[in-house]
Design a protein around this ligand. Structure first.
Ligand code: CP
Length: 325
């Protein structure tokens, strides 16, 4: 799909968020407002969850044509806690497996008065395509697009960093793993570029290096031992085998942990107060040692909590955006 050929706007004519397709193109106040609203939805575990009726009477359709646990569950809970009617569709139970096009699926659900489409798809360009074809009152939220974009993950990662580091300026953020196939790395790097002045180090094994065009202003290296030194934030990524056709050159799990896994020894090279993040799903003792994932510097479960709050904030933002027709 030719992404350049598709014209779309994420903000409506009043400058309010209508679609969330990628972080690139948003300005810092829009992102920081979303983070602040998300923060307002966070409650301690064992307390009642935050609720907000701002989606009462609206319908949210979660369309997941690729596997998901965190994103799907948190969008569903977010929509329900905001009093929306919620529809969940996945690839195994939708008529897409009978050959229906994604747009025909969208038009079908739009005819049932769906207002917000949450879309995950393995193909690049699908959220943008849908955004150009839906009615003016309808919003599209990208819940993971091929290796291109995962903007809600980028926002929850930014929120997590802000909670622990208070600022985005002057931080050293090390992202380690299969950057070549990572929509998580792309969205977080886009977000960091917008909200502050941090140093991003992209550390990947040979053969899994990213396209430099997608990562302006970053440091790219295969040298994990040196690049991890003095980092404030470490983001570990799994190898995205589902996006790699030729797997014979990949390291075994044991080799990977030894060469590029975040072990306690490697973590000790970062700053003592460095935080450890992982978007999930996590392969323990491959890209991250179990002791690190469960250790005192890990904020992985906080990322999950933040993901739900961020998705509530985005739903609230787009529910206020489109004209109520
Ligand atoms: N991080 C993330 O997108 O997780 P899921 O694939 O489980 O949604």
């Amino acid at each position: 799909m030719d992404q350049q050929a598709i014209d779309y706007e994420q903000l409506n004519e009043r400058g309010q968020l209508r679609h969330l397709l990628k972080l690139d193109g948003l300005d810092a106040p829009v992102i920081l407002n979303l983070l602040s609203r998300a923060q307002s939805y966070i409650r301690p575990l064992r307390h009642a969850p935050a609720r907000d009726d701002c989606l009462a009477g609206r319908t949210v359709a979660n369309l997941f044509f690729e596997a998901s646990t965190r994103t799907r569950a948190s969008f569903e809970l977010a929509a329900k806690r905001m009093s929306a009617d919620v529809l969940n569709l996945d690839v195994n139970t939708s008529s897409r497996i009978k050959g229906e096009s994604i747009l025909d699926t969208i038009f079908t659900l739009q005819s049932m008065q769906t207002d917000i489409f949450v879309v995950r798809d393995a193909s690049a360009g699908i959220p943008q395509l849908i955004a150009t074809r839906v009615e003016p009152h309808v919003s599209v939220l990208n819940a993971g697009e091929s290796d291109v974009s995962h903007p809600t993950q980028g926002l929850l990662d930014l929120l997590t960093i802000r909670q622990y580091k208070r600022t985005f300026d002057g931080l050293v953020v090390a992202i380690i793993g299969d950057i070549a196939h990572s929509r998580v790395a792309r969205s977080l790097t886009e977000g960091l570029r917008i909200v502050g002045n941090s140093e991003v180090r992209l550390i990947s094994p040979p053969g899994l290096e990213p396209n430099p065009d997608y990562y302006p202003g970053t440091i790219m290296t295969t040298d994990i031992e040196n690049a991890i030194v003095d980092s404030d934030v470490i983001v570990t990524l799994r190898i995205q085998r589902e996006r790699i056709k030729e797997k014979s050159n990949l390291m075994t799990s044991h080799e990977y942990l030894k060469e590029y896994g975040l072990t306690e020894a490697r973590l000790s090279r970062a700053r003592p107060d460095a935080i450890v993040m992982h978007p999930g799903p996590m392969n323990r003792n491959v890209e991250i040692a179990g002791a690190v994932a469960d250790g005192p510097q890990s904020v992985i479960t906080q990322q999950v909590t933040n993901g739900l709050a961020v998705r509530m904030a985005i739903l609230a933002a787009v529910s206020a955006g489109p004209d109520q027709v």
